[in-house]
Design a binder for this molecule. Structure first.
Ligand SMILES: [Zn+2]
Length: 341
């Protein structure tokens, strides 16, 4: 099957992919991906320390890794994470200053709601109010650099349980000047990140390295899966959108993850550029309990069963179960009773 000349004209990336696959076993070298980073200024359970100074150092490390490759990431903020019980106004200001590191690095910030609730559970009006509550600091930081607040990311990637509610919320977003930031590379990075932070907090550096190595190996499998799922669902590889979180794991190991992506033939593009891919106009009427990749949205909308994603290694899942059961404060940004995907 070869694409028509018209499609080649519309999708120059497809022409390159086609040429590469015809040439033999060489992987395609026309891949692109936008990087998005959630739960700013930091997901507490996945930080070695959530002290404002430590958070600033962790953030600086992550931003350095992005800057080294000029990666145009978008960071999604929960302004509720600026309010830590018992902290002084100065400490709060220090957390706002951490967010300012992002805009000072030339990166864009988006809204991930104030308190990271789920659209599946929170009534629409309440959810919308929580989104609005999550705007003022982020909007002001963007305005300092002449920017505007225009991206929204669903917490847990949950888009609602009923289509009426999903569509009503989407109309609200448009009216308020937002565009939804989809995710195609959904993954269980947050599980590795919680274990990594816990290991380092306990001084177990060797365990931390083992978790990080398995994180990278797991993500390589996730990228291979997403590439194949793209071919199955869309008929070609699309401009992907990666979701990871602001945490210690990525501060220490994002450079290696980015290197892995480069070896797979990816170049890093803006979220706007990724969304120029016509795939993002495909019909999508998914609703349901699972917060899943938009590739799975499109697969489900087409009436097909959802292709299962790769799982982390068993020892990681078991260790995370033990951590979650043993320590409620170690909760990740996803509630324990919410589906992981
Ligand atoms: Zn989140």
């Amino acid at each position: 099957m070869s694409p028509s000349p018209r499609r080649l004209l519309l999708l120059p990336g497809l022409a390159l992919l086609g040429a590469a696959s015809l040439a033999g076993a060489e992987p395609p070298r026309a891949r692109s991906i936008a990087v998005t980073i959630d739960d700013l200024p930091g997901a507490p359970a996945s930080l070695v320390s959530n002290h404002p100074d430590a958070l600033a150092a962790t953030t600086a490390k992550l931003l350095d890794a992005l800057a080294a490759r000029a990666i145009p990431a978008v960071g999604f903020v929960n302004e509720g994470k600026l309010e830590v019980e018992g902290e002084s106004p100065d400490e709060r200001a220090a957390r706002v200053a951490v967010l300012r590191l992002w805009t000072a690095a030339g990166l864009e910030l988006g809204n991930h709601t104030y308190s990271h609730g789920s659209l599946n559970r929170v009534p629409l009006e309440e959810f919308q109010a929580d989104l609005v509550r999550g705007e003022p600091v982020t909007r002001a930081l963007l305005a300092e650099r002449g920017g505007t607040l225009r991206w929204f990311r669903h917490p847990f990637l949950q888009v609602g349980l009923e289509l009426d509610k999903r569509r009503a919320f989407e109309r609200f977003l448009v009216a308020r000047g937002y565009r939804v930031a989809p995710v195609t590379v959904d993954n269980d990075e947050w599980i590795f990140a919680a274990l990594y932070a816990d290991a380092l907090r306990r001084g177990e550096a060797a365990l931390g390295e083992r978790i990080a190595a398995d994180y990278l190996a797991y993500m390589d499998r996730v990228f291979a899966f997403v590439e194949e799922l793209s071919r199955q669902v869309v008929g070609r590889e699309i401009a992907q959108i990666l979701l990871i979180h602001a945490n210690s794991l990525n501060a220490d190991h994002f450079a290696a993850l980015a290197g892995l992506l480069e070896r797979r033939g990816y170049r890093f593009v803006t979220l706007d550029e990724a969304l120029d891919d016509p795939a993002y106009t495909l019909a999508d009427d998914y609703v349901g309990a699972w917060g899943i990749s938009w590739l799975h949205h499109w697969e489900t909308t087409a009436g097909r069963p959802r292709t299962p994603s790769p799982d982390p290694p068993d020892w990681i899942l078991e260790a995370h179960r033990a951590l979650s059961e043993g320590r409620h404060e170690a909760r990740s940004s996803r509630p324990l009773d919410a589906p992981a995907r």
